[in-house]
Design a protein around this ligand. Structure first.
Ligand code: NAD
Length: 483
C-alpha cells in the first residue's frame, strides 16, 4: 500500500475514516498493483462534511478578500515547493507519465490558486445613480458548493474548482472520481497547512451515489461537475430540483481542421498533442482531425513517422512520453472502439494494439479514411485514437465539424489568418485554438457549448459562476405613496 492516505476523507480540518463504507481499491495503472484502499463516504461522513462546510462558510465570506487570497496564494506556493512529490502521487493515481504530471497537473492547479488569489480583491459591485436616490450591487458568495471530479486530471480539476469557489467566499465539498481519489486529499492537507480554516474544503470519497447525495442536499447552493455528458445530464436535472447553480464541464468530440496551407510539422505536432497527451484522456481533445485533400497523404506519412518515435514505458521514468490508460475498464473500452473502427472499414495507419509496456496501455493509434457516420467519428473514445477525415472546401469542413451533439473545443491550422478567424467564428465550440491546440492557461475561459456543458472555468468568467449579485436600492428622501 505505497500510497495509503491517513484516512479516506478530509472533513472539518482533519482526516476522517469510516470503514463501514464500501471499499474503493486504488490501482496503479502502470502495473495493476493495489496501492491504497479507501472507503466510500457513509451518510455520517456526508453529514459531517455538509455541516462543517455550512458552519465555516459565513466567517470565511466575512473576511477581506485580500485575506482569503493570501491563503490561496500560500497554498499555490506549497504546491510548487512540493512539485516532485505531488507529481509522483498523481502518476500513481492516474498512470500518466511524470514527464506530464511534473509540468501539467499540479502546476496548472497552482496557477489557478495564484490567479484567483489575486483576482479576489478586485471583484467589486457597481453603483447606479438614480437622481435623488441611488442603488448599488454587492457580489456575494453562493454558500456551500459541491465539486465532483473526473479521473483524467484529478488534482487540476480539484484546484480549478476550489480556487474560484474559495476566493469568492464559498465553502467547497469535493468528491473526486472513485478511480483517482488521492490528489484531492493532498490538496485538503495543503490548504490546511496554508491556513484555510476547518470545514472550507472537505473531501469525501465515493461513487455516483455519494455525489448524488451531496447534490440533493438543501444546504448545497451550487454543483460543479467535470465528467461525461450522461452524468452531466443526471446531475444537472438533480440540481434543478433545488434551483441550484451549476457548472458542467463535460465530454467532447472536437474537430481539428487542417488546411492545405498549414505548416505540416506544426499541424502534425498539434494533432499528436490533441490525441496522445495523457494517452488521449483529455476532454478537449481534437479527435476528429479534418485534413484537406491536398495535404492528406503527406500529413499521414509524417504523422506515422513521428508517432513511431513516441517513447512509451514506465510512467515513473522521466524519459517516458506515453503512459497507460487509467484502468483496465478504460483499456477494454478503447480497444472496443479500435475493433469497431476496423470493422466499419477505417484504414489503420499505426497502433491498434496494447504494445509491450505492461499495465493498461493502448498504443498511439491513427485511423484514416474515417467517415462522419462511423462510430469513431461520433463518440468520445477517451483514449489515444485519432480519426483522420478528409475534406475539400472550407464550408464543407465547417458544416461537418458542427454536425455533433458536442461543442467543447475546436482548432484550425492555416497560414491564412482571415480564414482562420472566419472558420473559428463559424464553429460551434466553447474553447478554440488557431495554430495551437489544448493550451488552457488560467487567464482564458474554459468550457463548452451544446452537449459539452454550461458555465466556464478559469479566468474572470469563473467569478460569475461562484457568486451572485445582490441589488440594493437606497431611498434618499420621503416615500412617495399614492394612498
Ligand atoms: P463520469 O461521468 O463517469 O464521472 C464523473 C464524476 O461524476 C465521478 O466523480 C463520478 O463518481 C460522479 N458521478 C457519477 N454519477 C453521478 C451522479 N448520478 N451524481 C453525482 N455524481 C456522479 O466521468 P469520468 O469517466 O470520471 O471522466 C471522463 C469524462 O469526463 C469524459 O467524458 C470527459 O470528456 C469528461 N471530462 C470533461 C472535462 C471538461 O473540463 N470538460 C475534463 C475532464 C474530463
Amino acid at each position: 500500500m505505497i500510497a495509503q492516505p491517513k484516512a479516506s476523507h478530509f472533513v472539518d480540518g482533519a482526516y476522517l475514516e469510516d470503514t463501514a463504507g464500501a471499499p474503493i481499491e486504488v490501482i496503479y495503472p502502470g502495473n495493476g498493483a493495489v496501492i491504497a484502499t479507501l472507503y466510500e463516504a457513509t451518510p455520517k461522513v456526508i453529514e459531517a462534511a455538509l455541516a462543517s462546510a455550512k458552519r465555516a462558510q459565513k466567517a470565511w465570506a466575512a473576511l477581506r478578500p485580500v485575506e482569503r487570497g493570501r491563503i490561496l496564494r500560500r497554498a499555490a506556493d506549497i504546491i510548487r515547493d512540493r512539485g516532485a512529490e505531488l507529481a509522483h502521487l498523481e502518476t500513481l493515481d492516474t498512470g500518466k507519465p511524470v514527464q506530464e504530471t511534473l509540468v501539467a497537473d499540479w502546476p496548472s492547479g497552482a496557477d489557478a490558486l495564484e490567479y484567483f488569489a489575486g483576482l479576489a480583491p478586485t471583484v467589486t459591485g457597481e453603483t447606479m445613480p438614480l437622481g435623488r436616490d441611488f442603488a448599488y450591487t454587492l457580489r456575494e458568495p453562493l454558500g456551500v458548493c459541491v465539486g465532483i471530479g473526473a479521473w483524467n486530471y484529478p488534482s487540476q480539476i480539484a484546484c480549478w474548482k476550489a480556487a474560484p469557489a474559495l476566493a469568492m467566499g464559498n465553502a467547497m465539498i469535493f468528491k473526486p472520481s472513485e478511480v483517482t481519489p488521492l490528489g484531492a486529499l493532498r490538496l485538503a492537507e495543503i490548504f490546511s497547512q496554508a491556513g484555510l480554516p476547518a470545514g472550507l474544503f472537505n473531501v469525501v470519497q465515493g461513487r455516483g451515489a455519494v455525489g448524488s447525495a451531496l447534490v440533493a442536499d438543501a444546504r448545497v447552493a451550487k454543483v460543479s461537475l467535470t465528467g461525461s455528458v450522461g452524468t452531466g445530464a443526471k446531475v444537472y436535472a438533480a440540481a434543478a430540483q433545488g434551483m441550484k447553480h451549476v457548472t458542467m464541464e463535460l465530454g467532447g468530440k472536437s474537430p481539428l481542421i487542417i488546411f492545405d496551407d498549414a505548416s505540416l510539422e506544426d499541424a502534425v505536432g498539434a494533432a499528436m498533442l490533441a490525441n496522445f497527451y495523457s494517452s488521449g484522456q483529455v476532454c478537449s481533445n481534437g479527435t476528429r482531425v479534418f485534413v484537406q485533400k491536398g495535404l492528406k497523404e503527406r500529413f499521414l506519412a509524417r504523422l506515422a513517422e513521428r508517432t513511431a518515435g513516441i517513447i512509451a514505458g514506465d510512467p515513473m521514468d522521466e524519459a517516458t512520453q506515453f503512459g497507460p490508460l487509467v484502468s483496465a475498464a478504460q483499456q477494454e473500452k478503447v480497444l472496443g472502439y479500435i475493433a469497431g473502427a476496423k470493422a466499419e472499414g477505417a484504414r489503420l495507419i499505426c497502433g491498434g494494439g496494447i504494445g509491450n509496456a505492461g499495465g493498461y496501455f493502448v498504443e498511439p493509434t491513427v485511423f484514416a479514411d474515417v467517415t462522419d457516420a462511423m462510430v469513431l467519428a461520433r463518440e468520445e473514445v477517451f483514449g489515444p485514437v485519432m480519426a483522420v477525415l478528409d475534406f475539400e472546401t472550407e464550408d464543407e469542413a465547417v458544416s461537418r465539424a458542427n454536425a455533433t451533439q458536442f461543442g467543447l473545443a475546436a482548432g484550425v491550422f492555416t497560414a491564412d489568418m482571415a480564414r482562420a478567424h472566419r472558420v473559428i467564428a463559424a464553429l460551434e465550440a466553447g474553447t478554440c485554438w488557431i495554430n495551437a491546440y489544448n493550451l488552457t492557461p488560467v487567464e482564458v475561459p474554459f468550457g463548452g457549448v451544446k452537449g459539452s456543458g454550461v458555465g466556464r472555468e478559469n479566468s474572470r468568467a469563473a467569478v460569475e459562476h461562484y457568486s451572485q449579485v445582490k441589488s440594493v436600492y437606497v431611498g434618499m428622501g420621503p416615500v412617495d405613496a399614492p394612498y
